[in-house]
Ligand binder design. Structure first.
Ligand SMILES: Nc1ncnc2c1ncn2[C@@H]1O[C@H](COP(=O)(O)OP(=O)(O)OP(=O)(O)O)[C@@H](O)[C@H]1O
Ligand SMILES: CC(C)(CO)[C@@H](O)C(=O)[O-]
Ligand code: BAL
Length: 333
């Protein structure tokens, strides 16, 4: 275990996390939260960097949230820390099994100050396990979790079509994380653009004293948007999936150069690219980048071009990838 990791506090209970944050805030420190589902990549670490620029203390959460997954989705195979393994004489962890230290080591190296890594965030029947909070697998025990947060309109388009449960789960777990970690700032990525907009609307409507920051998409050198789910792609599918980022780049150039003027020209071209690459399109849509509402042309507003598509997984089933760009918006370097 590196010296950094030895100094990185890891909290597994809400009470301990909240008490630690309150001590920091009592000392006048500003606290930022970076919520994640682990299996960290440079995209996540870019959020930690942004958080450090905006607060004195950065907490990252690692929790694969069951309530944002449906029973037919990939909760069980979602990439997690490599198999937990026993480790030797690390301070305080003798003989215990731990998730691989990869995520924690990355966070420590990125200058994160604490990690919140709960086993579970939902009350469930003893022995029922986290999976019992996946939508469609809920136990009906009278003591089970039953309170949710919903952003009614912004949740409907795009991912709300094939994942109608998703944003209810996201808003509920982010609300819980806000109550536990009590951040002044929360940093999200615009790779999940609709999620960023939905959470921003939730914060506005429910008066959370939290500044929500949305950071640009980090990409692999070949353009693929970094995502934990990329690890599940077969090698061939990893190559084929480049059609998504290449389609976005084509659209940016075609719109900027006036080669296309109708939203339907853009969506049908990109849909064709994905299908030619063997992908299964969930959506290719162009919406108002501010309110996710419908548009009639590309010139009247910054336009979100959002894509979701499935590609073959190396193990079983498919991997659903999402990516996006905002057309008509100056690119920040
Ligand atoms: N490539 C990226 N660039 C910027 N932010 C990112 C990127 N990938 C993920 N994030 C952000 O990191 C936070 C945690 O996301 P998550 O843990 O689900 O990672 P992920 O890579 O999006 O995984 P998934 O495979 O589920 O998409 C979110 O705010 C998400 O938008
Ligand atoms: C925000 C989040 C951590 C909530 O589980 C998740 O949706 C994600 O990682 O984007
Ligand atoms: N960042 C993606 C979260 C999900 O698909 O559940």
């Amino acid at each position: 275990m590196s010296s950094d990791e030895q100094e990185l506090p890891v909290f597994t209970t809400a009470a301990d996390m909240r008490n630690w944050v309150r001590k920091q805030k009592k000392s006048g420190r500003k606290v930022a939260l970076v919520p994640t589902m682990g299996y960290l990549h440079e995209g996540h670490l870019s959020l930690v960097k942004a958080a450090k620029e905006r607060a004195d203390i950065v907490v990252a959460s690692i929790y694969v949230n069951p309530t944002q997954f449906a029973a037919h989705e990939d909760f069980d195979v979602y990439p997690r820390n490599p198999v937990r393994r026993s480790i030797g004489s690390s301070r305080g962890f003798e003989g215990q099994t731990l998730p691989a230290l990869d995520d924690r080591a990355k966070l420590a190296a990125a200058g994160c100050h604490a990690v919140f890594e709960p086993e579970s965030l939902y009350v469930s029947v003893p022995g029922a396990g986290e999976g019992s909070n996946v939508v469609g697998r809920e136990t009906q025990h009278p003591d089970s979790h039953e309170t949710y947060v919903t952003v009614e309109r912004l949740q409907r388009p795009l991912c709300g079509g094939s994942r109608p449960h998703f944003f209810r789960g996201v808003c509920t777990v982010v609300t819980k994380l806000f109550h536990i970690c009590e951040p002044d700032v929360a940093v999200f990525g615009r790779k999940d653009y609709q999620q960023w907009r939905v959470i921003s609307r939730m914060v506005r409507d429910l008066d959370f004293a939290v500044e929500v920051v949305g950071m640009p998409i980090c990409r692999e050198p070949d353009g693929l948007a970094m995502s934990s789910r990329n690890a599940r792609l077969s090698p061939e599918a990893r190559e084929k999936a480049l059609c998504i980022s290449r389609g976005l780049a084509w659209a940016e150039a075609a719109v900027a150069e006036g080669r296309v003027s109708e939203p339907s020209e853009v969506s049908s071209h990109i849909r064709g690219l994905i299908e030619e690459a063997g992908g299964k399109v969930d959506y290719v849509e162009l919406l108002d980048a501010g309110n996710l509402g419908p548009i009639s042309d590309l010139a009247s507003q910054p336009t979100l071009l959002a894509i979701a598509a499935h590609f073959p997984a190396k193990d079983r089933g498919t991997v659903r990838l999402i990516d996006n760009t905002v057309l008509g918006e100056a690119k920040k370097e």
